[in-house]
Design a binder for this molecule. Structure first.
Ligand SMILES: C[S@@+](CC[C@H](N)C(=O)[O-])C[C@H]1O[C@@H](n2cnc3c(N)ncnc32)[C@H](O)[C@@H]1O
Length: 387
């Protein structure tokens, strides 16, 4: 796939990214010169919005469809299960070409200037590294990928288009001490704790942009942290969902490990309604905010069946669990078990969210310190709590 050739779909995508404010105008030249298609393998697994699932598309069999997905605003999975499988029923996506609107929102937040040196964590297909290299030059972009096969393929694709800076195969949590200091660090894998190495390798006045979240759900948010004395701090800029940094995946051992027998659990009822708890889907800011308040907890909202919808909460440090059963027209039952009373923690957090005028992502922020500390805050770092 050559770097030239502007399809109808790609022109439309560029226009829409600009119109939505997802892409800063200064990225347009790189968007036009470095198409995502040039970094994709022959077989891709784009997310199909209509069916809500990933579909398999082979370039050699359906070239038109392949190209239209490459130029669409959808995430495209390029690896499952760390490369162990490409099919089967239990598959976890582990490498991808992110959604163009997410890529450009993060690049917008990164606010790069000519002469800046950028470190990217999570090379993946190499597309984002290619965009950065087109803008800043080969000497100014270093990208780190943990998976050797993924890194090799990205190097080949970047080299084929004259965009190969340095791609290092290693755990990105270590950063790149040799190349430091960096003006900008961008992570394209979901982060749970900002590694101390990144803070050490960030130039004074520098920025870190990363998809950050708690283990509560997959609903992360982009955080934009400015270097400050002893660490970095800043606000969230909006919702996002990313595959996680390998070493920071959720430590959940599965439902059955909790032996959730309702007969042995404490049973009560609640006045909290389903929309009050879950809001409008997985990118509702309340889910993210509740995860900041109720720590070491994982929420799973199961599908509604026969008019009943269970929402489960699992303690990640012990075997505490809670289940809230919403029923059409009926009373809402709560079961809780284990050392923690997770539903009580949840209702306290929900009350906090409501009493603080239901803060959106932009009112929430994060401060991280080089000794590994992380504090979340509402409106100002003065109103913070430890994570
Ligand atoms: C969403 S993809 C990155 C998308 C990529 N920037 C692009 O333009 O295609 C996430 C990547 O992060 C990599 N990754 C996961 N854990 C990592 C780690 N600890 N260090 C470096 N890379 C990691 C995965 O192997 C995967 O390729």
């Amino acid at each position: 796939m050559a770097l030239s050739g502007l399809s109808e779909e790609r022109s439309e995508l560029g226009r829409s990214l600009l119109a939505r404010g997802a892409m800063a105008p200064e990225w347009m030249d790189s968007f036009l010169a470095v198409p995502r298609a040039a970094f994709l393998p022959e077989v891709i697994w784009p997310f199909d919005i209509d069916s809500g699932t990933h579909v398999t598309v082979d370039l050699s069999e359906e070239p038109g469809l392949w190209s239209s997905y490459a130029d669409a605003d959808v995430p495209i999975v390029t690896q499952w299960d760390d490369g162990a499988t490409s099919g089967g029923s239990v598959r976890v996506p582990t490498s991808s070409a992110s959604m163009p609107s997410v890529v450009f929102r993060m690049l917008r937040d990164l606010d790069v200037q000519q002469g800046h040196k950028v470190l990217e964590i999570g090379t993946g297909t190499g597309w984002n590294a290619g965009l950065l290299t087109h803008r800043l030059g080969r000497d100014n972009v270093v990208s780190i990928e943990i998976d050797p096969a993924v890194a090799d393929t990205a190097r080949d694709r970047l080299a084929a288009h004259g965009l190969l800076g340095l791609v290092i195969t290693r755990d990105g949590a270590l950063g790149d001490p040799q190349g430091a200091p960096y003006d900008r660090i961008i992570a394209t894998a979901g982060i749970r704790r900002i590694p101390a190495a990144w803070l050490e390798q960030l130039r004074p006045g520098g920025l870190i942009v990363a998809p950050w979240g708690t283990h509560f759900s997959n609903a992360d948010a982009i955080v934009r942290l400015s270097a400050q004395e002893g660490g970095a701090g800043g606000r969230f800029t909006g919702p996002v969902e990313f595959m996680k940094l390998r070493s920071q995946r959720r430590p959940f051992e599965g439902h059955t490990a909790y032996e959730p027998r309702t007969a042995d659990a404490e049973k009560t009822t609640t006045e909290v309604t389903e929309p009050e708890l879950l809001g409008e889907g997985r990118f509702d800011s309340r889910t993210f905010a509740l995860g900041l308040r109720v720590q070491d907890c994982y929420q799973v909202a199961a599908a509604t069946r026969d008019g009943a919808r269970p929402v489960w909460f699992y303690g990640l440090e012990d075997r505490s669990w809670a289940c809230v059963m919403f029923r059409d027209g009926g009373e809402t039952t709560v079961w809780q078990s284990g050392p923690r009373r997770l539903w009580e923690e949840m209702t306290r957090a929900l009350r906090w969210w409501q009493e603080t005028d239901e803060p959106g992502y932009e009112r929430l922020g994060l401060t991280v310190t080089s000794d590994g500390g992380q504090r979340a805050w509402l409106d100002s770092p003065e109103d913070s709590w430890q994570l």
